[in-house]
Design a protein around this ligand. Sequence first.
Ligand SMILES: [Fe+2]
Length: 149
Amino acid sequence: MKMPMTNSTTPLAWTERYAVGVAEIDVQHRALLDILNELNRTGLRASGTWNAKDALWKIFEELNEYAAYHFLSEEKLMQLHLAADGATARHIAQHRNYWVTISEFKQRYRDGDMRVTDDLISFLNAWWLDHIQGTDMQLGAQLNQKEIR
Ligand SMILES: [Fe+2]
């Protein structure tokens, strides 16, 4: 039975809803959502088959590179402007845990798991939207309090 591909068919267009209020972060989030959108479009072609997996994995590597750069940018902003408190530690832990999950997907890909592309795309869409609208939104508010915009 084929699973509904809700996550892969829903375009992740930028809206003000995703704005955290810090220009550097918002510009990077827009770029991340653009890459995710490309991944979603490619994922539709790769869905349930092993077709287009190479194209998909190439975009995935692009997303990984940009995500690493982006996490570093956010963590630098935290270091520069915020206290190293529980919220900061939890935020950095979320970034670290992201890579743990990404490694698991890479292993499934190497193992030839047919479901890996669909699961990966679902995870990425859910994780980024949740992280941006939750944790990063709180970070934005904290930075705004320090006049960082
Ligand atoms: Fe973040």
